[in-house]
Design a protein around this ligand. Structure first.
Ligand code: SF4
Ligand code: SF4
Length: 475
């Protein structure tokens, strides 16, 4: 029996017109009330032959909204999955070797995912461990031949005075291999590291992601030291020094109810500092996530609500030419690609998986001698995918769990209309909340899509011209 794809969502644009989004084929079309009524009839089992607008039927078939039967839809899904996997193999085959020199951290951020014991654990990786890691990196690169690979420093806090010597060794070994280094830091010890960074930055690419959650009082209320002192001033000095030295700086603003209303002020601060004029400065806003599913994030705000509020606070927002970006909103970023509202998009990858951890693009090395699949899983015994100290060993069964985690494997996601926008949610959250990597914690992907389309509907109409009365391929 003919059927309308389960991957269809319909969103009102105004009183007379709707946006139809097909996350299976990537088609996006504007329809009117008559089209919508006909599509609803088809959804409820009406035979396509009995629909009075056969042009609409032809367009629906052509653009992957209407299938002869469930088998035809499933075959299309499998074909798209193969194409996506091929694309990932060929052009998206990147590996990030994440090294955590320590799990200790000097801050006590209100929304931190790390357990208190880890943050207090002062253990630092040894030189022998780091040498071992680089041999393993060489081996993995030889076997997997990625088109790009990099070293990423993560923690705890990777840039502490106690980790200086081991970081120096990591820089040396990375530079011998001409590998770039990406550092995710709280930015409180840049002054201790600036000379080391300058020494290597002409030899390899170095980028730092530094979190600043708002203007001074907002930031210091959320990201403070163990002795409760604020960090804003010190971080800003560090950013100034890095920008001056030509190093790439990505400021990350973690958003929730505690700071979103004052995002405007922070943007004013960035402009007053002149950071936005620097070519090596980027600013990414991101939702504070509850990947550890403890429900303990104090001002947690669901992603769809953040998206709606950003739309209200910044009605003229556009990814193009704006210095703050939304690329860290996983669902939203993908929706933007499908809607082609970002001119930098040249190809769309359907999201059968949620994140890099599900396609083994992360190897996370921790001071405990184990290898983990995702940076937030370090220290969690259930997540280990191997060990590197004293010798290399991978755990194939664990790797299969992480690597094969697609929306086709997860029963709940198989029935979800926005599965190919979402990708199945965070695997860590599934493990933490449900003790089962295939029992996902939904991240409001459907609401994110709906709220976002509402917030940009004027832009959609402006970009794609006046709406037409049939399901035409205006996108
Ligand atoms: S995690 Fe939830 S929203 Fe995401 S694909 Fe699965 S069922 Fe859909
Ligand atoms: S599994 Fe979750 S926490 Fe880990 S990298 Fe993916 S999205 Fe992040």
């Amino acid at each position: 029996m003919a059927l309308i794809t389960q991957y269809l969502t319909i969103h009102p644009l105004n009183r007379d017109y709707f946006l139809m989004v097909n996350s299976l084929s990537g088609a996006v079309d504007i329809i009117d009330n008559d089209d919508k009524s006909n599509i609803e009839l088809l959804t409820h089992g009406r035979d396509p032959k009995d629909i009075n607008n056969q042009d609409l039927i032809a367009t629906l078939r052509e653009r992957g909204y209407l299938f002869e039967n469930a088998q035809e839809e499933f075959a299309t899904l499998q074909k798209i999955k193969e194409i996506s996997e091929n694309l990932i193999d060929k052009s998206e085959n990147e590996i990030s070797f994440v090294i955590c020199p320590t799990l200790a951290c000097n801050l006590r951020c209100t929304y931190c995912f790390e357990p208190e014991e880890s943050r207090r654990d002062t253990k630092v990786m040894t030189t022998a461990q780091v040498e071992n890691i680089f041999q393993i990196i060489d081996q993995i690169i030889t076997e997997r031949k990625p088109c790009h690979s990099e070293i990423s420093l993560f923690g705890g806090e990777p840039l502490l005075p106690s980790t200086y010597a081991i970081n120096k060794e990591i820089f040396r070994l990375a530079s011998l291999r001409k590998m770039s280094i990406d550092i995710q830091t709280n930015g409180t010890h840049i002054s201790d590291y600036i000379d080391l960074i300058k020494e290597y930055q002409g030899i390899i690419d170095i980028a730092l992601q530094i979190t600043l959650d708002g203007v001074r009082d907002v930031h210091d209320r959320r990201r403070f030291r163990a002795n409760k002192s604020g960090t804003f001033e010190k971080i800003c000095e560090g950013i100034d020094a890095l920008l001056e030295a030509g190093v790439h700086v990505y400021v990350r603003v973690n958003l929730d109810r505690g700071n979103i209303e004052r995002l405007h002020e922070f943007i004013g601060f960035i402009v007053a500092k002149g950071w936005n004029k620097k070519e090596n400065f980027y600013c990414d806003v991101a939702p504070v996530s509850d990947n550890h599913a403890k429900g303990a994030v104090p001002d947690f705000m669901p992603e769809n609500e953040i998206v709606r509020r950003i739309g209200e606070l910044f009605p003229d927002y556009s990814e193009d030419g704006n210095f703050f970006r939304l690329r860290l909103f996983r669902v939203l970023h993908h929706v933007n690609e499908v809607l082609k509202l970002n001119s930098k998009v040249d190809k769309i990858l359907f999201r059968f998986h949620y994140c890099e951890a599900n396609i083994m693009q992360f190897y996370v090395f921790a001071p405990d001698g184990y290898i983990y699949p995702c940076p937030e899983s370090t220290g969690n015994q259930k997540c280990r995918i191997g060990s590197f100290d004293p010798h290399l060993e991978f755990y194939p069964e664990q790797i299969r769990k992480w690597q094969g985690r697609t929306v086709l494997r997860i029963p709940k996601c198989r029935k979800c209309k926005v599965a190919l926008f979402c990708g199945g949610g965070c695997a860590m959250a599934a493990i933490n909340a449900n003790n089962n990597i295939d029992d996902p914690v939904c991240n409001n992907a459907e609401e994110v899509l709906a709220e976002y389309i509402q917030s940009i509907r004027q832009k959609i109409i402006a970009k794609y011209g006046s709406v037409t009365s049939s399901a035409s391929d205006v996108f």
